[in-house]
Structure formats: C-alpha cells, structure tokens
Write a protein that binds this ligand. Structure first.
Ligand SMILES: Nc1ncnc2c1ncn2[C@@H]1O[C@H](COP(=O)(O)OP(=O)(O)OP(=O)(O)O)[C@@H](O)[C@H]1O
Ligand SMILES: [Mg+2]
Length: 386
C-alpha cells in the first residue's frame, strides 16, 4: 500500500512559498507548490493529502478551501493567515480547515508542530486504509488530450482508436470527448448519429454529475466506451466557456479512468483550458518540415500563454512511411519532447474503415489487425503501464 503523502502548498507569495517548501520537503517526497487560482485544478489532478494554504489577498480563500474539501474530504488543511482575524478563523474552520496559524508570529510554532501533524495524519491514513481492505476503488482518472497545430494530422482518428483500444484491452472506464465543433470528427469515424452533444450539459453544469454525462454520451456499440460528441455548430461550441470545460473534464475524471479528448487545431480559450486540465497532451506530429514548423510555433505560443508543457507534452508520430525513416531518427534529435508513439502510414488498411465509418477496433482479441491498429495498441499499452 502506498503510504507516501502528497503535500500541496498554495501561496501567491513567492517568499512564503519557498519558506514553506523547505519545511514540507523534509517530511514528504512529493510536495507541489501552486498559486491559489490553480489550487482546485491541482487538487483534482492527483490525490493531495495535506494542503498548506496561505490566505489570498482577494477574499477567495474560504471558497477555495471549501472546494478543496469537496474534492477530498479527507485532506488535512493547514491555513496560514497574515493577520489574526477572528471572522476569518471562524469561516475557514467552517469550510474545513484543521489548523490555523498567523504568520509571521506563529511561523516558529508551525515548523515545530508540522512534523507531528504529518506523522499523526499518516498514522490515521494507514489505519483507515487497513480497515477498508482494498476498497479504495478507482483512483482519479487521467485526462489525455490529442492535439496538433496542423489540421489533418490524424488527431481524431488517433484519439478515437486510442480510446477504443484502452477500453477493449483493459477493464478501464473510458470516455472520448470531441471538442472539434465541426462535422467530420469522431462522430463520422464511429458513425454516431445523435442529436445530443456535450452542449446539452450546459443547463446542468453547476451540478454536473455522472448521470448527466451518461445521459448525453453515446455508448459505442463495439468497444462500449462512452463518447461525448461536440455540437456540430461552431457557434454553439463558442458559447461554452472555459469554466464549462473545466467542470466537464473534472467530473469525467472522477467517473472514468481515461478521459480522452480530441482537440481542434485552432487555439482558443476552450482548447487552452482543456490543455491546462490535461495530465498528458499527445501532440500528433507527421514527419515533414511544415509540421515541425507549426510545432515550434505552438511551443512559442504556449510559452506566451504561460501554459507549462514540459511535464505533460509528448509526441505521437503519425503517418510514418519508408521515405521518412531516416528522418525519424533526426526528428528525435530536434524534438524537445519525448516520442511516445510511432504510427505507420496505413492508407490501405484504414481505407475500408474510414469509408464505411466503422471503428478500427471492435474486439478485445482481434484476429486480423491492420498495421495502424497494431501501432496504436503498442502506444496504448505503453500509456496503460504509466
Ligand atoms: N497513420 C495513418 N495512415 C494513413 N492515413 C491516416 C493515418 N492517420 C490519419 N490518416 C488519415 O488522415 C486524415 C485526417 O485524419 P483525422 O481526421 O484523424 O485528422 P485530424 O487531425 O483530426 O484532422 P482535422 O484537422 O480535420 O480535425 C484521414 O483521412 C485519416 O484517415
Ligand atoms: Mg479532427
């Protein structure tokens, strides 16, 4: 059983952040530091056991603490205020704060008590895990996005085949979400005809739960994965804001093991939010010079947007053919991100599937698999191991 603790420090003040980091890092292997605006997102991403929360300047603390508690009610929350304020103490305690300190006066007290706080939390956690005997069920699902700055690289085909493979070859719960907002995406590849789309979740977004999602999603008949199609009308898609996408993805993460997202090439607020929420972004790259140029532009854009890619972006090479074989080795030298998949060009194998709109994978043990499906399987197995 995993007894290690994850600690998250939430602070908008850099000096305080580094001070707290130093204290926390002596007691846990995994300590992350985030700004208050990112706290809820990070809490959703991974199980956080102990949160050290520094009061924000903008009266948002109580609200954020409440949300963190909803995500993990067992999390221990240590609150650090910068002045002693009785109503703040009362409100944060009500929101679920376990210990309250006023800095800088009580920073000494905090560091001396911290080791014991961690120790007793770890003991409590171990005891409750023992009594529950493996009833921990599913953990937090992973959000995996497929993106390419260049249209036609194979994002839709790859993401949908990846999702089918994951569902067929494991016991994982999988949902495929299409955010393209146009015809010719996932619904065409899977011959899904439906008048329901993820935009139908708009009215219930504030209370979104698993049932809402399953009511709108389609179960793909062969693989039994769930599919949420995008509204075909780009204008409708535009009415969905970043808050909507964040909530949708977070709710899916709690229900499904893998949330596979097919992103359009155009970057907008919605796409950026989906990328921010993602654990992994697989950039679909075809081995040619224009694609490499577009990848470079994408990297620069992300830097400007403050979107951190280093820990989550990986490259899926698609449409590899003999003519490019030498280049593939060169590619690995110029790319700044690891290559996780190499998928062959397989026009002949894919043709009947694309033309008839049938999914590339139908059975767990397929008798004859086309090269494309084999390469995707290898990719999916690699991801499943992580
Ligand atoms: N490995 C491959 N071998 C042969 N053809 C492929 C391969 N991957 C994708 N294709 C073909 O490339 C075309 C574009 O694929 P797809 O629609 O998945 O790309 P996309 O990146 O989603 O494009 P869009 O920008 O339109 O969303 C399709 O006709 C598809 O069949
Ligand atoms: Mg597409």
């Amino acid at each position: 059983m995993d007894n290690s603790l994850n600690i998250m420090i939430v602070s908008d003040d850099e000096a305080l952040m580094s001070q707290l980091m130093t204290i926390a890092e002596t007691k846990a292997d995994r300590v992350i530091g985030v700004k208050s605006k990112d706290a809820v997102r990070e809490m959703n991403r991974d199980i956080v056991h102990i949160v050290i929360f520094v009061d924000t300047d903008s009266d948002t603390s109580v609200e954020i603490v409440q949300m963190l508690k909803v995500i993990n009610q067992n999390a221990l929350i240590l609150f650090i205020a910068n002045e002693s304020d009785f109503s703040l103490l009362r409100n944060t305690t009500r929101a679920g704060v376990d210990e309250f300190y006023v800095f800088p006066e009580e920073s000494g007290l905090f560091s001396s008590r911290f080791p014991n706080t961690v120790k007793s939390y770890a003991a409590k956690k171990a005891a409750s895990e023992e009594s529950k005997t493996l009833s921990f069920g599913r953990g937090r699902g992973k959000i995996i996005s497929f993106y390419s700055g260049k249209g036609g690289s194979g994002c839709s085909l790859l993401s949908s085949t990846f999702a089918q493979t994951m569902k067929l070859e494991s016991s994982a719960e999988v949902i495929l979400i299409d955010l393209n907002g146009q015809y010719g995406g996932v619904e065409t590849l899977l011959s899904i005809e439906s008048n329901r789309s993820l935009a139908d979740l708009m009215p219930v977004i504030d209370e979104l739960n698993e049932n809402h999602i399953r009511n709108v999603s389609q179960t793909q008949e062969h693989s039994q994965m769930e599919v949420l199609i995008s509204p075909c009308d780009a204008e409708v898609l535009e009415t969905l804001n970043d808050e909507f996408i964040a909530r949708l993805l977070r709710t899916c993460r709690r229900t499904f093991d893998y949330v596979v997202v097919d992103l359009p090439s155009t970057i907008n607020e919605l796409v950026v939010t989906a990328m921010e929420e993602s654990d992994k972004i697989y950039y679909v790259l075809t081995p040619d010079t224009p694609s490499l140029k577009i990848l470079k532009q994408y990297e620069e854009l992300c830097e400007r947007l403050g979107l951190l890619l280093s820990s989550r972006m990986e490259i899926a090479l698609n449409k590899l053919s003999k003519d490019y074989e030498v280049k593939q080795k060169d590619l690995k030298n110029v790319l700044r991100y690891p290559v996780v998949a190499s998928i062959r060009q397989d026009t002949k194998g894919l043709q009947p599937f694309i033309n008839q709109g049938i999914p590339v994978r139908k059975l767990a043990k397929e008798r004859k698999m086309i090269p494309f499906a084999k390469d995707v399987r290898k990719f999916a197995r690699e991801v499943a191991k992580q």
